[in-house]
Write a protein that binds this ligand. Sequence first.
Ligand code: MG
Length: 260
Amino acid sequence: MIELRTPSEIDAMRPAGRFVAEVLATLRDDTKVGTNLLSIDKRAHEMIRKAGAESCYIDYHPSFGASPFGKVICTSINDAVLHGLPHDYTLRDGDLVSLDFAVSVDGWVADSAVSFVVGSPRDEDLALIDMTERALDAAIGAAVTGGRIGDISHAVAEVARADGYSINTDFGGHGVGRTMHGDPHVPNDGKPNRGYPLRPGLVIALEPWFLQSTDELVTDPDGWTLRSADGSRGAHAEHTVAITEDGPLILTDRSFLGVA
Ligand code: MG
């Protein structure tokens, strides 16, 4: 079921969005060569506790999961791109890091992801991250009243295709509200002018993610971490966006912190 939020409900979602923005900005800043993934999770957990927020991940146990996730953040490194379960790994020079974080504050969820390189980046990793961020910008630009979900999907895919990347539509964006995953599904490819109409009050997480040279994923033995089938690296960018009469409102925007 697709739920539309009133303007006052969207206002009530702002603290969750701001908190997610602050945590990702802080973690991105603190994550360096030599940082262990378990310490990123620990830091995120401390921030959650201090803020009185609630993790959407720690007890998350969908049908495909072997057991509850047990951590509060996804850390996907290099050829891992989605659902990376934090484990005992110390980041090395040039590692490509994707952090995906969702919490509930005052009963409202926000969900966002960011990708970056620690140490000296490879050119192709910077190009992949840049393209993924441009795809997210295009998705947000299409998240306007009068459009349809397919317009967002198409906008994402156009950016990727223009740069020669292939697209996987198994995992994509989703409705966000009282829980982390709701309708509608927002695939990262689709036909314009198709799908659910975009109306004021629709709140969706938009999340383009791409791999360098494949669109096939394999699952790690941990039952969670999704990696490229060919070992090529991946990037992921995500914001929670409310469609309003005045255009898209990026609830997880980090720009108020002076960062992208
Ligand atoms: Mg997310």
